[in-house]
Design a protein around this ligand. Sequence first.
Ligand SMILES: *Cc1c(COP(=O)(O)O)cnc(C)c1O
Length: 551
Amino acid sequence: MTEIALASLQNLYRIFTVPEAPDSTLGAIDQAISENVEDFLHKHIVALERSLEEIEKDFSFAAIPEEPTFVSEYTEFVKQKLVAQSVHTAAPGFVGHMTSALPYFMLPLSRIMTALNQNLVKVETSKAFTPLERQVLAMLHRLIYLREDKFYDQWIHDSEHALGAFCSGGTIANTTALWAARNRLFQPEGDFRGIAEEGLFKAYQHLKCEGLAVLVSRRAHYSLKKATDLLGLGRDNLILVDTDLDNRIDLISLKEQYRELLKRNIRPLALVGIAGTTETGHVDPLDKMADFAAEIGCHFHVDAAWGGPTLFSDTHRHLLRGIERADSVTIDAHKQLYVPMGAGMVLFKSPDTLSAIEHHANYILRHGSKDLGSHTLEGSRPGKALLVHAGLSIIGRKGYELLIDLGIERARKFAELIDQHPNFELITKPELNILTYRFNPDWLQDLLPRLDPALLNQVNQLLDQIVQEVQKRQREAGKTFVSRTRLRAAKYDNGQQITVFRSVLANPLTTEKILSEVLQEQCDIVRDTEVQRLLEQIKTLLKNAKPAAAI
Ligand SMILES: *Cc1c(COP(=O)(O)O)cnc(C)c1O
């Protein structure tokens, strides 16, 4: 039995050298996870009735423990306070967010990654992993841009260039793309030494503009707000363009917004197309956006954090047509590449673009070195590229194609189930594998579009409360899970937003039967007195309004 607490110098050495015995508590957990992770999670994630506020009490001491603790004692804490109170994101009924089950090999490979503890910021701490990461970036680059082999032979390991940057997720990827675009727009010219040296104020003076803007549809991910803030552009200059009834950017509004900017002497830095919006999974008309970006001469970025892997599918790849014309593309590996949390990438069409943010230091990242850190926002980084490489190798193009095709198929099936169900209403049809819907009882569904706008609003607000209540209770019960959001629905296009359930169908273990159970559970919750009270309120509203309002 290995029981170690750091009470003496001898034990100090042991915690860095002695392996955990399989019969120890930590070793046992490790073994259970290796044997059957699904089973482990299912058995050990339990305490779902506790609210976050209650759970917080387990984590409210600020004092660092004075005395060392036995690993076994700590393991008990992990089991009871962390594992037991976690969220079972891999459960097949957990269809509300973009986090899903992982292929089993990600676990042992993550251990190997941790054991090697390479730091990818520099070659001195990461030998094989540096070329591996560059290879992974080239693989994703090729998936998007389909360049010829010669192109990759030339650039894949060229120390002065980069086909992309690996990072912790879509937020940093989007930020890096806009950072490179900004620095390229304000590159050194004549006396002006570039924005990287002289800052934003001098840069605006140099180009004689009052500001910079990023144009994107209203369905943009909030990371773009962070990016415009961080890059000094200001959140006001993230211009959210109206969408059409299918949640895609409206090109006429886009052109209007562009003209408005010109009048105010604000330069468009970038146009951002979304390939798979976070809320509804829709894809912008990328080809037409690429035309417009070329016409006005600005950077064209595609946020394909979610939808990028659709490119694996011969059947659905065409939905992203035009992505190959983007100057930069974001793809999250911890979403539809089924890699554990904390892996994203941004790819650049031209191997030159990232030079705009190049940074050198004397002790590392020297000129001509192959240190990846000279082209990334982050500094020290883990070897997560291994896990992406493993997925691409073990699952392969055809495997990912299968996962994507099945996800889209599953979303269509779920949409059918909702359509056929008397008490649910499909709000956004899935283009990829995300859809939204809401509870709307059969006696109300036909009536609703015929109500006058004021009454429609009142009824919708009560339906909003019902959806919110059902979603909350379903989450608290912990059997199945959908998320919720607010959006404008094509059917009730009166400019008002409604609350909807949002479902993401990316877990390959989610069956049609489980999806029926999700709906059944929601129907069961509706029978609850609280929700019934809201339904009664709708009935009363309608009764009192008749016949004037209900035509
Ligand atoms: C998830 C997502 C992001 C942000 O990615 P993180 O990995 O959460 O930082 C950005 N854009 C879109 C479209 C996304 O779906």
